[in-house]
Design a protein. Structure first.
Length: 364
């Protein structure tokens, strides 16, 4: 059997082989991003990406770590204090560690708990600082989108900003319409999903390597915040910009998303629906009720690590990891739009007896 990989987060199956991309004349200019002139491809990619996400302006970065590290330092120096969701993805936390070096306050609020967030905002030590609320747009641990509308309201009420790590949602979630699919339409991410496009106090940082399959990152915000970022960025002065190849891959991804993104998201949803239905028939329940591509189970008779190892023997790659929301080890498999039905059948057929306890002989 050909291997079935359920560890890749290329949700829409976008891989950008070289023969599908426009050629480039140079891989990198060899100069920092701040000194590099923006080429036509980068300008087009940024314009299309800002339109897709719903931001006035944006900037591309090599990684979300570069962007978080820079942005947190800039906002801290501008008088920002930080309130982090307790389950924030580590990269956002690493960026905020820089803010603490400037003396900025960094505290946590309970995961997706806007009552706790409101309480902490009301109890802030001073009104002379700007609260910076930071949250993931979607949590794969509990399978929930963040209550971003409430967070954005609280940020505006207290004269602050809401910064969203939208790495999981960009390319998957989009505008919600009556009778539409659970993901929504367009793939613009959490701003579109929650109706927060062009909100002046909302910023987005996202890796484009998952939903769009392009290995670079994006910061989107209003014009003034992007100008502030560019004027004060340390990594743009000291680090290389994203390569021309990655920018061309991004343009390719945006074109595919525009032309058939909703078709790919429908294919993804069909595979998720089939898998959840088949697992339910076997009395195997996922650890959350989400339709998101990351699906997880809590093995009753086997440890997740052992179960992942057993599946590997049959050429099926899954992920055994700690669920930070539930505090338990679980087995996860990421479903993609390009998974074949045969691969999904193999997953269910091999997973079922292993979870329930294998018979004396495997009959496959």
């Amino acid at each position: 059997m050909k291997g079935a990989d359920f560890t890749s987060a290329l949700f829409l199956g976008l891989r950008h082989p070289s023969q599908a991309l426009e050629p480039w004349q140079e891989f990198t200019k060899g100069v920092p991003a701040d000194l590099s002139q923006k080429n036509p491809e980068e300008s087009k990619a940024l314009r299309n990406l800002c339109d897709l996400v719903g931001c006035q302006s944006g900037v591309l970065g090599t990684s979300t770590l570069h962007l978080f590290w820079d942005l947190a330092g800039i906002l801290a120096q501008g008088g920002g204090d930080f309130l982090l969701d307790s389950n924030l993805y580590p990269v956002g936390r690493w960026g905020c560690e820089r803010a603490t070096l400037t003396g900025a306050m960094v505290q946590e609020f309970r995961h997706y708990d806007t009552y706790d967030l409101a309480h902490r905002l009301n109890k802030r030590r001073t009104e002379n600082t700007t609260p910076i609320i930071i949250s993931d747009g979607f949590c794969t641990g509990c399978g929930r989108p963040a209550p971003l509308a409430e967070m954005a309201y609280l940020a505006a009420k207290h004269g602050g900003l809401l910064l969203i790590d939208d790495t999981q949602a960009l390319g998957v979630l989009g505008h919600r319409r009556t009778g539409g699919i659970p993901f929504g339409h367009g793939g613009g991410g959490s701003l579109a999903f929650h109706g927060l496009q062009y909100a002046p106090h909302v910023l987005v940082i996202a890796s484009l390597a998952k939903g769009l399959g392009a290995p670079l990152a994006f910061l989107g915000a209003n014009n003034n915040l992007i100008k502030l970022f560019k004027a004060n960025s340390k990594t743009r002065m000291s680090c290389s910009p994203p390569s021309q190849a990655n920018i061309i891959a991004l343009l390719h991804a945006l074109a595919i998303n525009k032309n058939k993104g909703d078709i790919l998201r429908t294919k993804l949803l069909q595979r998720l629906a089939w898998l959840r239905r088949e697992l339910k028939k076997q009395n195997i329940t996922t650890s959350n009720s989400s339709w998101f591509p990351v699906q997880s189970i809590l093995p009753a008779t086997k440890q997740a690590t052992s179960l992942a190892r057993d599946l590997r023997r049959f050429g099926i790659r899954t992920i055994a990891h700690e669920n930070s929301c539930l505090g338990v080890k679980q087995l996860s498999f990421i479903i993609r739009a390009d998974h074949s039905w045969k691969q999904l059948h193999h997953l269910v057929n091999y997973l079922t007896p292993l979870v329930k306890g294998p018979p004396a002989n495997y009959l496959f």
